[in-house]
Write a protein that binds this ligand. Structure first.
Ligand code: MN
Length: 285
């Protein structure tokens, strides 16, 4: 079994633009090797939005050096980016955007959700790229809920977004070995999750309460495990929504500045200079 090492929590809520009330459960300015290959975890909501006339969100901004993965639980998000990628994703859908060498995008609530308002909840997870792929061409994977296979568990189910769960493979293409599982468990479930040996592994509790290794873990907390050992046993104390992330650590320096995450200060200065000089493509009109 893997060893439970620590519980990660946010230091409070902040708004990303006017659309995303976010709790950051970890970021690359913390213990980056401990969470590698992941860089950042923002839990937006749950939040009830009133109907509005104009979509809330965040306007054009760049990224370089990694991937942003957006998972929607409630509400709808519309994206548009400089590769011509984009679209609207709703509950159960995932957008896996490879910023790599550079992308500019905008992220707003959909027109439809803006008009009706309602409950909103999503996760945005940043996944690092190895140095050799950081400057590769940007691209976009739109993964619809119907394309994500589910595995039945005793007292719940796991949807496999990326990687492999007991032989069931997720649709996302990744640069390094990564598992991403959306798991729902009923109260009283007691499951062993197949977290692989050699992967850094974390379980985010989005709602509910669970007990892992004798420790209680609650809403908006992440249980972080050792890379050695395999598997973790989770018991639920109420209906629970979990997001499980595991990945082979990328053993390279992490140097970040806002939306750019590279391997050195020189590459960060280059990213800022490239962006300021208009060398990132513009968001297509
Ligand atoms: Mn963004």
């Amino acid at each position: 079994m893997k060893k439970l090492l620590e519980i990660l929590r946010s230091q409070g809520r902040h708004w990303v633009g006017d659309g995303f009330p976010v709790r950051s459960l970890f970021g690359y300015n913390g213990d980056a090797p401990a969470v590698s290959p992941f860089l950042l975890f923002d839990y937006a909501g749950p939040h009830l939005f009133e109907p509005a006339g104009r979509p809330r969100g965040v306007g054009s901004h760049p990224h370089r050096g990694f991937e942003t993965v957006t998972i929607v639980y409630d509400g709808e998000v519309s994206h548009k980016d400089s590769t011509g990628g984009g679209g609207t994703i709703g509950p159960g859908d995932v957008q896996w955007m490879t910023a790599a060498g550079g992308i500019i995008h905008e992220e707003f609530h959909s027109e439809g959700f803006t008009k009706t308002g309602g409950p909103f909840r999503m996760v945005q997870l940043w996944v690092n790229l190895p140095a050799k792929d950081k400057m590769s061409p940007p691209h976009y994977q739109a993964i619809k809920s119907a394309d994500i296979p589910a595995v039945d568990l005793t007292g719940g189910k796991a949807r496999i977004i990326a990687g492999d769960f007991a032989g069931t493979k997720g649709p996302a293409t990744t640069f390094t070995p990564v598992n991403l599982w959306d798991i729902r468990l009923e109260a009283g479930a007691d499951v062993e999750l197949p977290l692989p040996e050699g992967h850094n592994a974390m379980i985010a509790i989005l709602s509910g309460h669970v007990t892992i290794g004798g420790k209680a873990v609650g809403e908006a907390e992440i249980a972080r495990f050792s890379s050695d050992g395999a598997g973790a046993r989770v018991r639920t104390d109420g209906d629970s929504l979990l997001l499980v992330m595991t990945g082979e650590p990328i053993d390279e320096p992490v140097v970040g500045y806002g939306p750019f995450v590279m391997n050195s200060e020189t590459e960060i200065r280059q990213a800022i200079d490239d962006f300021n000089s208009g060398r990132f493509a513009r968001v297509a009109a």
